[in-house]
Design a protein around this ligand. Structure first.
Ligand SMILES: Nc1ncnc2c1ncn2[C@@H]1O[C@H](COP(=O)(O)OP(=O)(O)OP(=O)(O)O)[C@@H](O)[C@H]1O
Ligand SMILES: [Mg+2]
Length: 286
């Protein structure tokens, strides 16, 4: 694989807390990669380490051939980031925020104005461009942050839960932008708790838990890994899920069940994989 990002043994601690615990990951040039995991698993921290927003304790990160320890500045030039917590300057208007982003990345004035107009129109931001950041609702701020991150047309774009808080129109617009950018060659790394989004969009998916990568493959192969046929039924007020490699095995299991409720046989989804692999951490939270 022609890797645009190589991570070896990444460790990031916050005091006693080990947020990222020896993570290895290769992301291919042009890939649309889904980075999934339960709350607190270490996704945002990993993305912040790669995108040079925070330092790390040990390990090695190479982006587009630049080792972060040697040349973080060149690595940073290739990356754009849409953060989980929108980080726009509240004292500026939306347009001023975009201009300041463009200036940071040294985009010429004509290109800058063209890209601001195009992307803002696409995301329906036109009428808000000259309004102060704080006068916009959360979803509109997020749309503005998305435009900022895309202005310098980075080789790698990180989207950390880009669709949380977005209405369905904005979500669909964003997915079209992401798909089109990816088709043009941009590598996309996406975190989301909407697992079906990752399943539909991503070439490969990595699942992280307690700072470690616990599964990594195409959505289809991950589903096959637990059994591609799911049996779902309710017993004693609780839904049970069982997975099988073949429909015959699933049918045989269903015949052996002696219960009164409806039983569903269906294809295994990425959500099933996620819950099966990370369910024990969710149990702890409960
Ligand atoms: N600045 C910080 N100081 C202390 N602990 C932190 C800090 N940032 C993150 N953590 C801890 O590191 C762990 C990983 O957090 P992180 O934000 O990376 O998780 P996440 O996978 O992005 O979760 P979510 O799905 O909720 O966004 C958590 O236990 C979190 O409490
Ligand atoms: Mg996060």
């Amino acid at each position: 694989m022609d890797s645009i990002i190589s991570i070896n043994g990444l460790v990031k601690r916050f005091g006693e807390k080990v947020a990222v615990n020896g993570l290895d990951l290769e992301i291919g040039r042009g890939e649309l990669f889904g980075f999934l995991g339960p709350n607190g698993a270490g996704k945002t921290t990993t993305i912040r380490c790669i995108s040079t927003l925070t330092n790390f304790d040990s390990g090695r990160i190479v982006v587009n051939g630049f080792d972060l320890r040697d040349d973080a500045k060149s690595a940073k030039e290739c990356m754009g980031l849409i953060q989980q917590q929108v980080s726009l300057d509240k004292d500026l208007t939306i347009r001023e925020n975009m201009i300041s982003h463009a200036m940071y990345h040294m985009i010429g004035k004509r290109d800058r104005n063209r890209r601001i107009e195009e992307l803002s129109e696409y995301f329906g931001l036109g009428e808000y461009l000259d309004k102060p950041v704080d006068s916009l609702s959360g979803g509109w701020k997020k749309r503005a942050a998305i435009v900022c991150a895309m202005l310098h047309e980075p080789d790698v774009l990180f989207l950390d839960e880009p669709t949380s808080g977005l209405d369905i129109n904005a979500r669909r617009l964003l997915w079209d932008v992401v798909t089109n950018l990816n088709k043009k060659g941009t590598t996309i790394i996406l975190t989301t708790h909407y697992i079906e989004e990752a399943e539909a969009l991503c070439d490969r998916v990595g699942i992280i838990d307690h700072g470690r990568m616990i599964a990594l493959d195409t959505p289809e192969a991950l589903c096959d890994s637990i059994g591609s046929i799911a049996v779902e039924y309710m017993e004693n007020g609780r839904t049970h899920y069982e997975y099988f490699g073949t429909r015959e095995d699933a049918n045989a299991y269903v015949s052996s069940l002696n219960i009164d409720s409806d039983i569903t046989i269906r294809r295994t989804s990425l959500e099933d994989v996620f819950v099966k692999l990370t369910g024990s951490s969710a149990e702890v939270l409960r």
